[in-house]
Design a protein around this ligand. Structure first.
Ligand SMILES: *Cc1c(COP(=O)(O)O)cnc(C)c1O
Length: 219
């Protein structure tokens, strides 16, 4: 199957899952995760009207996206992978949304960079819903304080929460927990669900789903 065909299949699954969950049409944004795929494959998706994309590494994104964004200025690019302080300047210059804000140091560096560049990116707080030691993200107990720091002290445009559930568990309880934490903190956006579980995530209230391999093929 081509990228166009897989994309249209994913779109119709999103629509069906949304309808079954009683969600409003267009209340779920499809984010096409293009990490490891080259500019030609990405162009196929752009030609099929996809506009929201995500990458997990700043350096890889810098190699592909400046040219693609020049060709198609209404692209919205999300960073969904871990961010190091020394890459914050480049990330703020290239991305439109940073979904992986997960610790005080990076939140402070991002706030400083956004001021310096005069760019106000939307951000998500990444939550380690499974409390996995090797995984990035704020643990659930710390979400309220961290959202407060980012929003009130640093003035970041915190839009929502993002999670990556443990690979070997039913993701449902993790999606439910993320929705509860967002609600408790007055946040309306939930970035959750990947190729294997985006329909389930929509049932739990995902407002965006991050889908890579179901669109571009296996990595
Ligand atoms: C790679 C990645 C995805 C997409 O994964 P697929 O299983 O290919 O859909 C989603 N979110 C994050 C954070 C990723 O790194």
């Amino acid at each position: 199957m081509s990228v166009e065909e897989r994309l249209s299949e994913v779109r119709s699954k999103i629509e069906t899952a949304g309808r079954e969950a009683g969600r409003k049409p267009d209340s779920v944004t499809l984010i096409a995760v293009s990490k490891t795929f080259d500019a030609e494959e990405i162009r196929s998706a752009i030609q099929a009207r996809q506009r929201v994309f995500a990458e997990n590494r700043v350096q890889e994104a810098q190699a592909k996206w400046p040219a693609l964004k020049t060709e198609t200025p209404d692209i919205e690019l999300h960073l969904i992978g871990p961010l190091q302080s020394n890459k914050a300047e480049d990330a703020v210059a290239l991305f439109d949304v940073i979904e992986s804000v997960d610790r005080e140091k990076i939140a402070r560096v991002l706030a400083t960079e956004m001021k310096a560049q005069g760019r106000k990116l939307r951000v998500y707080i990444q939550v380690n819903t499974g409390r996995e030691p090797q995984k990035a993200g704020v643990v659930p107990d710390d979400v309220a304080a961290f959202v407060g720091l980012c929003r009130d002290e640093l003035g970041l445009s915190v839009e929502g929460l993002m999670c990556i559930p443990p690979v070997d568990e039913n993701p449902g309880p993790h999606f439910a927990l993320l929705a509860k934490l967002a609600n408790e903190n007055g946040l309306t956006k939930l970035s959750m669900g990947m190729s294997g579980d985006f329909e389930a995530a929509i049932g739990f209230g995902a407002t965006s789903v991050r889908v890579g391999s179901a669109i571009f093929g296996s990595r």
